[in-house]
Design a protein around this ligand. Structure first.
Ligand SMILES: *Cc1c(COP(=O)(O)O)cnc(C)c1O
Length: 953
């Protein structure tokens, strides 16, 4: 018998897990004849466009081979240059062992955010290494993992200063020698929350501080001009005036410079890009933030800490989750959810690979070359703007900057012209003497390159140690490095081993072909501020992707700048705010948000200067219409927007969405449709048509960018035509957004541009039919699971005809009330069965939300169903008194290999613990630690490498 699938060049047949027979089985279970009948049964007719408009206008699906050829053609249109522009983005060498075994390794890039720490010890250790490296190098007490980029990290530093400063002022002082993209993001972020930026040239020292109060100050070290100044006195003066001090800095420079913590900084921020992560036309890269001890509980973003497990061994986990937006909502420290984990892991591994001596040697080489270049230029009669610098040479060339830059471009080198009179040259790890010679001749200088005097003043030279932990010393050979990376990935469960049925997170296939172009030098080597024609192919790809996303969503325009869904929410709400203001209605500031919404919605609304009013949900899980109308009436004059997730976070297509949109519009408000659940809509219905004015999409959910263990992501924001003038733009690349736009929301013009080929390739290979089939298969799979499990665990919410959308909530609360077995027990027990748990306690505490996606085949789905049924059998034994609630395979889960070796005094056998279904699988996954005590870790914060790495104990 020949299976059509294996001779088929149709990518959709590979992306979609169930084959025709499996699908038939699933549909029979649901009592629907085919996928179209399922669409009719499940999706409310009110939101569907019928007839020919229901077919998306996308190019016909291309094969994997054709798609790679098209990507190659885009790549060929980009111009590969030597990038010496600097401004926060530097060429770097990604060690091959890190590129192949992390960036190109699905064991790392397909992992999820480590909310289930027992199956995440590997990436948690790598992130703890990142935090340790950042804390060491900045000389501060505690660092997070990670921020979205440098500019937004500075903005988070500003709001952290505002929260923690004793000053009542709302003024934030910014040194003029700040990166232009950072200034742009600060302006965007300050305005809606009434922070006044005071931009002053602080080169004159303490006397240049403005009169009057201010709550914080931003210094750059080194500055945007490359200058390194001694900020000690200004910092002391700022502290005397009750201001917190934020220092934007460069980790590599800090191997040579006094640490920000040592000169008095409270908060240090920056980018870890030059630790082995390619330029990638602006991203993704991991930003960082480190703070003094007294600010640790206010630190935004995710923080890895050390706790202990049920056997008393130390173990890693995400700590202080209670301050995050899914708990604190509008009172959260920030809206950051998806961060830049994969890139933080790469940067940490770069530090592990080179160690303190290796990093210092790289920094010395860079600094030495910069000094030599400056010396030769000066000898050739060019005026140097700065005496002290790390890697960036700033030359004064009155009226000639364009000529110098053009001459360098002829030699294949990009320099930076700062106005007509200045040129900046940034030296990096990849700079050679030949590059220096070419730069000199671009300046018309023929002096030889010779060793030069020190350009770092003695009082700013680093004297303290860093990276003293053994992890930064023990992996110097490539063999040791390779095994360290492999060891850590073996500790974790990612999509390369099991389905990850996380509701709301859409953990679908990240196909290898989609990933290919990410590391091609023609994309990876683009500097975000290079002339646009260097990136002609990339920009063509971006324009196509924007067009396709508009077609899929029904919106008129889209911006790819936001680096995650949360940032897209923020950008979308800013567009709403600017739209109201453009009509003289700036008083509209109320944002209605259903109680079931994701926590980022509320946190983003606050950042956009809005006040959150919560709308209740009714017993069926839908938005409570009576409450909605009451709240619209109560806020009619000031209503700015409603944020609704569609299908809802309760996993159903609400029938009333168009009515809700109409009511809000009638009251003068705008409708924000959170597009995180677009995997249930693509090819079926379009938010821009059924009532939305604006949505963000999560390309790392629906459009196949891998989760990377908690990032990177891309959160494009799509808008209807009336909001298009208010999309983000960027000071360095006019083509990145409308002139009338709301400013920059990310450091880079197109955000995390280098991962856009992933989503482009997905859409290109699926075509309109494939995308629609994927959506319906995802819906079929979720409904199949719901039907198979509903006799064991009640399905909390269903919609039209008793169906769910693309995910279903299993209600464990009755079971817990009856037996004492908790949702945690079930989630951890799934690890013993070899599974990653579904989403736990979101959006309803005590429940599990299951989203299989279209990519899981029926064998895997059935394996999951069988595990859940077997677990229910175990729960029944607890209920029947066979095992006590305090000691049973569920409460004891997960079980490590070590737990079996010692004394065994449990009322269940070792075999019941680890081979729960009586089957001995060929590939048994053992977690390295047992259940982790979260509360202990929150009380006793340890957020850098412990003396001995946890799992090794
Ligand atoms: C994932 C998600 C978000 C946040 O997106 P990030 O990319 O993680 O910032 C917002 N809303 C919903 C419903 C989500 O599932």
């Amino acid at each position: 018998m020949s299976d059509q699938r294996f001779v088929s060049p149709v990518f959709a047949d590979r992306h979609i897990g169930p084959d025709d027979d499996s699908l038939a089985t699933m549909l029979t279970t649901l009592a629907v004849p085919d996928l179209e009948a399922l669409a009719d049964a499940v999706v409310p007719s009110t939101i569907r466009e019928t007839g020919s408009v229901e077919v998306l206008d996308l190019p016909p699906a291309a094969s994997e081979v054709e798609t790679l050829a098209e990507l190659r053609a885009f790549a060929a249109k980009n111009r590969q240059m030597v990038q010496m522009i600097g401004l926060g983005y530097h060429e770097t060498v990604t060690p091959g062992v890190i590129k192949r075994n992390i960036l190109e390794n699905p064991a790392w890039y397909t992992a999820y955010t480590p909310y289930q720490p027992e199956i995440s010890q590997g990436r948690l250790e790598a992130l703890l290494n990142f935090q340790t490296a950042v804390a060491d190098l900045t000389g501060l007490d505690i660092a997070n993992a990670s921020m979205l980029d440098e500019a937004t990290a500075v903005a988070e530093g500003m709001t952290l200063a505002l929260r923690s400063s004793r000053s009542k002022s709302r003024r934030f002082v910014v040194d003029a020698d700040t990166l232009p993209q950072t200034l742009a993001v600060l302006k965007t972020r300050a305005q809606p929350i009434d922070i006044e930026l005071v931009i002053v040239d602080l080169a004159g020292g303490v006397d240049s501080l403005p009169v009057g109060d201010f709550f914080g100050i931003l210094l750059s070290y080194p500055g945007a001009s490359g200058a390194i100044a001694d900020h000690t006195d200004i910092i002391a003066a700022a502290h005397e005036r009750d201001a917190k001090v934020v220092v934007a800095t460069d980790l590599l420079a800090l191997t040579l410079l006094r640490a920000p913590g040592d000169i008095g900084a409270d908060i240090a921020v920056g980018s870890s890009q030059r630790f082995g992560v390619s330029l990638g036309f602006g991203g993704p890269h991991a930003g960082f933030m480190a703070v003094r001890l007294d600010l640790q509980r206010q630190l935004p973003g995710r923080l890895v800490g050390v706790s202990h497990d049920a056997d008393g061994n130390s173990a890693y986990r995400l700590t202080l989750q209670t301050r995050e937006q899914h708990i604190r909502r509008e009172k959260a420290t920030s809206n950051i959810c998806t961060a830049q984990v994969l890139l933080a892991v790469m940067a940490s591994m770069y530090a592990v690979y080179h160690g303190p001596d290796g990093l210092t040697a790289i920094a010395q080489q860079i600094n030495g070359k910069a000094a030599s270049l400056a010396t030769a230029l000066a000898a050739g009669g060019v005026t140097m703007a700065n005496e002290h610098f790390f890697d960036t040479v700033r030359a004064q060339v009155p009226g000639k900057s364009a000529d110098v830059v053009a001459a360098a471009r002829d030699a294949g080198i990009n320099l930076w012209a700062d106005g007509p009179d200045f040129v900046q040259v940034a030296i990096s790890e990849t700079t050679t003497d030949a590059h220096l010679a070419a730069v000199l001749s671009a300046f018309g200088v023929s002096e030889p390159i010779v060793a030069a005097l020190d350009v770092i003043p003695a009082e700013l030279a680093r004297t303290t140690d860093f990276l003293t932990h053994p992890v930064f010393h023990n992996h110097r050979s490539e063999t040791a490095m390779l095994r360290y990376i492999r060891k850590l990935s073996d500790l974790d469960l990612a999509l390369d081993r099991t389905m990850i049925p996380l509701g709301s997170c859409t953990m679908k296939l990240n196909a290898t072909t989609e990933m290919e172009a990410v590391t091609w030098p023609e994309f990876a080597g683009l500097h975000p501020f290079a002339p646009a024609d260097d990136a002609a192919g990339m920009l063509e790809l971006i324009a196509q992707l924007e067009h396709w996303l508009c077609e899929i969503t029904g919106y008129a325009a889209v911006s790819l700048q936001p680096n995650a869904g949360s940032q897209g929410e923020y950008a979308g709400l800013l567009a709403i705010r600017a739209y109201h203001a453009s009509r003289g209605e700036e008083h509209r500031n109320i944002c209605l948000i259903p109680a079931s919404a994701h926590g980022t919605n509320a946190a983003s609304a606050v950042m956009a200067g809005m006040t959150v009013v919560v709308v209740g949900t009714d017993e069926a899980g839908n938005i409570d219409l009576a409450d909605l109308h009451a709240k619209i009436d109560a806020n009619a004059r000031t209503l700015a927007a409603i944020m609704v997730t569609y299908p809802s976070t309760h996993g159903v297509y609400e029938e009333t969405i168009s009515d809700i949109a109409e009511s809000v519009h009638a009251a003068g408000g705008q409708v924000y449709v959170d597009g995180a659940n677009l995997n249930a809509l693509v090819g079926l219905a379009r938010p821009g048509v059924f009532g939305g004015d604006v949505s963000h999409l999560n390309l790392h959910k629906t459009f196949c960018i891998p989760h990377g263990g908690g990032g990177p992501g891309v959160g494009p924001v799509g808008v209807r035509a009336h909001l298009a003038p208010f999309l983000p733009n960027h000071p360095m690349q006019p083509a990145a957004g409308p002139v009338t736009g709301v400013g920059a929301v990310s450091a880079a013009p197109w955000g995390s541009a280098s991962i856009l080929p992933i989503s482009w390739a997905y859409i290109r290979m699926m075509g309109a039919d494939g995308l629609r089939r994927a959506t319906l298969t995802a819906v079929a799979a979720a409904n199949y699971i719901a039907v198979q499990l509903r006799d064991y665990f009640p399905i909390l919410y269903t919609g039209h005809g008793g169906f769910v959308a693309h995910e279903c909530i299993l209600d464990l609360r009755p079971m817990t009330a009856q037996t004492g077995v908790s949702v945690d027990d079930v989630a951890k027990r799934l690890v013993d069965y070899g599974f990653h748990a579904p989403t736990m306690s979101f959006p309803v505490a005590g429940t599990l939300m299951v989203e299989p996606t279209e990519s899981e085949d029926l064998v895997e789905i059935d394996r999951f169903i069988a595990a859940m049924i077997a677990i229910k059998g175990e729960v029944d034994k607890v209920a029947a008194g066979h095992w006590p609630v305090t000691d049973n395979p569920l409460r004891g889960a997960p079980h490590t290999a070590a737990a079996l070796a010692g004394e065994w005094d449990h009322p269940y056998t070792r075999a019941e613990a680890i081979f729960p279904q009586g089957v001995v699988p060929a590939h048994k996954y053992f977690p390295p630690v047992r259940r982790i005590d979260g509360a202990y870790g929150d009380r006793n914060l340890v957020c850098s490498c412990p003396p001995i790495q946890a799992y090794a104990q």
